[in-house]
Design a binder for this molecule. Structure first.
Ligand code: SF4
Ligand code: SF4
Ligand code: SF4
Length: 206
């Protein structure tokens, strides 16, 4: 472009301004669009990070790097109804890290420390397999990098964490930049309905 900016840089600048306005006007977010509106959304059954049987050990972080919004409009979302509340959660812990004095992996998986682990009920140190935890993703920290999503896949996890485009953060690009880059064509224009957004609906109801 004439001023030396690429189209992507221009889009990013526009998106930053738009998102700041969006944050100020929407407190609760989640399903902001009316039923029937069409938005960009990630299909978890196609995304390389959540799809079972996907070859390769590398996490796909294109949802983070390709979105025109500075911190990406994509977030990891934990579907609490499907979460096993595991003591050693493979999305929360780096299960390859050294074991600490409590018998737990010493490192967390999330590079942004965006997952909160909270004990449910009493914790019995002598019976760790029967201790349960709630894992909540901090919307302000997460940037949709997909590491926890891949960690949560079966058989180690139950696949309860998936990536979602947050409609309050997304600026609704005519052609989603992530969709252009996605190797699995997992981004698609999708009508908003409660049935198609079950994860968001469940999290919103909490
Ligand atoms: S770009 Fe596609 S495959 Fe990669 S994390 Fe996003 S939705 Fe998944
Ligand atoms: S998607 Fe990445 S940044 Fe977000 S909670 Fe998971 S590991 Fe952390
Ligand atoms: S349409 Fe795609 S690239 Fe544009 S803001 Fe939304 S998620 Fe990001």
């Amino acid at each position: 472009m004439s001023d030396g900016l690429t189209r992507r840089e221009v889009l990013i600048r526009v998106a930053r301004g738009t998102v700041l306005v969006g944050f100020g006007s929407t407190a609760g977010f989640l399903i902001e669009k009316a039923d029937g509106q069409v938005v960009w959304q990630v299909d978890a059954s196609r995304c390389a990070n959540s799809r079972l049987g996907e070859a390769g050990a590398e996490v796909c972080n294109l949802c983070t790097t390709e979105c025109v919004v500075q911190q990406s409009a994509v977030r990891a979302v934990n579907n609490f109804r499907e979460c096993g509340r595991c003591s050693i959660c493979p999305a929360y812990f780096n299960i390859k890290s050294a074991v600490d004095e409590k018998g737990l992996p010493s490192e967390k998986a999330c590079p942004r420390d965006a997952i909160e682990r909270r004990a449910i009920g009493l914790v019995d140190p002598a019976d760790p397999a029967n201790n349960f935890y709630e894992y909540t993703i901090d919307e302000e920290k997460c940037d949709g990098c997909g590491i926890c999503v891949r960690g949560c896949r079966e058989p180690l996890g139950l696949g309860s964490i998936v990536l979602k485009v947050r409609h309050d953060r997304c600026v609704g690009c005519n052609r989603c930049a992530i969709s252009i880059a996605c190797p699995k064509t997992a981004l698609a224009r999708t009508p908003v309905t409660a049935a198609l957004e079950p994860t968001l609906a469940r999290q919103a109801a909490r």
